[in-house]
Design a protein around this ligand. Structure first.
Ligand code: PEP
Ligand code: MG
Length: 535
């Protein structure tokens, strides 16, 4: 038995088999073969296996999400049958007498780089698809454990998981995450919390752990490899206790969120998909305080159209049936990248052209989203919120674009509502000028993840800075207090949607500072309601 201490990302206990995931490319050596016919048969066999996987993924995407996701896999299935690609792989096998793995790897590389060097973003993204398809063929040839596709429920152990990799994991086969990189505020951690599965970071994961039994203790931030019988027994007991605690929380369902002094708090949920909205409703969230719309962009091979976005926002509003749904506009950049939107190379992407900066630089992208949100506004109680604000001028430019969008809709006789508009306060600049910003908007939502990152100059992704990245730091607390006070002086409300909102050790202080709203991952709603009622 080996015990590793890491950082707590999300509570809960998981007991199961490890699936080691590595994004690093396998070393594929140039292996010479005598029997090229046998290699061609292996290649065909592998392609058949890849086709079965892709068909299953298509089916799953159609059943669980909307049909757009299935189109990604349909396109991959077509690529798998692409005449030029297949002839080129076969030619390499036959002309060079090399293994199918090697032929697929070099051919995939050369086809993909041809696309990746094109000017057009759409074609550049196709390069990524070709790599994905040839990797899948190589996986089938090598029988490796490269992908995040577990056959049975597993503990995923990985150096690092990008938000899009996390999104692509099959939730039904997921027991826990153990990663080397990532902090409590990284987006992968946020997704783990949204899925409500135990997660620990800061552990040096190793390939040889694959298929071995382990325990993940998300409460303490511990990973135990090959636990002995006594340890296993005590964790089984802990799992039972956790389940009992969950049952006790049920009494907080269906009641308002009220602090001891009688003050009402709006307790909302953070979501990134329509599935998360179902989880928010199951956990009795009083609204959606943060809909991270970039996730609906990240799970697609190309940007969702206005109509596709409209459908999602409409369904979100309808599902919430009159409760407030705060839709945050696209927050792309830093760790959240889209293959089809090139931001150019940035030395410091967290300080780069992210979020509203990108949207103002690409008004066509921004206006498409705004049109979809305003069109959906008549279907429920929608508010719109803008991320990464640093100046009053930025807000005024956004409002100008909103006016243009509304004028277009009026000209086209498309109805919309005058929705509330708010901004995220997640840069020290915004907190410091919150007095001026308050005159421009209807509400503030404090993003403590980025506010901590930018105030303390500590990368939220870097697990080595887990101690430095401290949202309880006095500097962060003062900025939160200042923001809430400035909001109230201007007569607007201020909430908190960063991860600090679900930190039960600080609930009392947030209430004392006057927070009007707390928005947390769906699985935390009842726990926070309990904490508020005791604060
Ligand atoms: C934040 O920064 O606190 C926030 C809520 O936004 P995100 O985590 O999506 O950057
Ligand atoms: Mg943020």
């Amino acid at each position: 038995m080996e015990i590793f201490k890491g950082n707590k990302i999300h509570g809960g206990i998981a007991i199961g088999t490890v699936l080691f995931y590595s994004r690093e490319k396998r070393k594929i050596v140039r292996r010479r073969v005598e029997d090229t016919q046998a290699e061609l048969s292996r290649l065909n066999e592998a392609k058949r296996a890849a086709a079965v996987q892709l068909e299953e993924l298509c089916q799953k995407a159609r059943e669980e999400t909307d049909s757009q996701n299935a189109q990604i896999f349909e396109a991959h299935l077509m690529m798998l049958e692409d005449y030029d690609l297949n002839t080129a792989i076969a030619n390499v096998i036959e002309s060079q007498s090399v293994s199918a793995e090697y032929a697929a790897a070099v051919t995939g590389d050369s086809f993909a780089s041809r696309f990746e060097n094109m000017d057009d973003e759409y074609f550049r993204a196709r390069g990524e698809d070709i790599r994905d398809v040839t990797e899948r063929i190589i996986d089938a040839l090598m029988g490796g454990v490269h992908r995040l596709n577990a056959d049975e429920p597993s503990i995923i152990a990985a150096q690092n998981l990008t938000p899009s990799e996390t999104l692509r994991t099959d939730k039904t086969k997921l027991l826990a995450f153990v990663t080397q990189k990532g902090t409590t505020s990284s987006h992968t951690a946020i997704l783990a919390r949204a899925m409500d599965i135990p997660a620990v970071s800061g552990i040096e994961v190793r390939a040889e752990w694959d298929k071995r039994t382990a325990v993940v203790d998300g409460h303490k931030g511990i990973f135990i490899l090959e636990p002995d019988e006594e340890t296993l027994e005590s964790y089984r007991e802990q799992q039972k206790k956790d389940a009992q605690q969950e049952l006790l929380l049920k009494k907080y369902k269906g009641i308002k969120t009220t602090a001891k002094n009688g003050r009402r708090i709006n307790l909302y949920a953070n979501v990134g998909s329509l599935d998360d909205i179902d989880a928010a409703l199951q956990n009795d969230a009083e609204g959606i305080g943060l809909f991270r719309t970039e996730f609906i962009f990240m799970e697609r091979a190309q940007a969702p159209t206005e109509q596709q976005q409209f459908e999602i926002y409409r369904k979100a509003a309808q599902k919430m049936a009159g409760r407030r749904v705060i839709i945050r506009t696209l927050d792309i950049g830093a760790d959240k990248q889209l293959p089809y939107i090139s931001l150019g190379k940035e030395d410091n992407p967290a300080l780069g052209c992210r979020a509203v900066r990108l949207c103002l630089a690409r008004p066509e992208l921004f206006k498409t989203q705004l049109r979809a949100i305003f069109r959906a506004s008549v279907c429920g109680n929608i508010s719109v919120m803008y991320p990464m604000i640093t100046s009053v001028e930025e807000v005024q430019r956004i409002k100008q674009l909103v006016q243009e969008v509304k004028a277009e809709l009026r000209n086209e006789n498309i109805p919309y509502k005058e929705t509330e508009q708010g901004i995220m306060i997640e840069t020290p600049a915004a907190a410091l000028i919150s007095g001026s910003l308050a005159g421009e908007v209807d509400f503030f939502s404090i993003g403590t993840n980025d506010l901590t990152q930018y105030t303390l100059a500590a990368d939220r992704q870097n697990s080595r800075l887990a101690q430095t990245f401290n949202p309880h730091h006095e500097a962060v607390m003062r900025l939160i207090k200042m923001t809430i006070e400035n909001a109230h002086s201007a007569g607007i409300w201020a909430g908190i949607c960063g991860e600090l909102a679900s930190d039960l050790s600080i609930t009392q202080s947030l209430i004392d500072m006057g927070a009007d709203e707390l928005s947390v991952s769906p699985g935390m709603v009842l726990r926070v309601r309990k904490a508020v009622s005791e604060a």
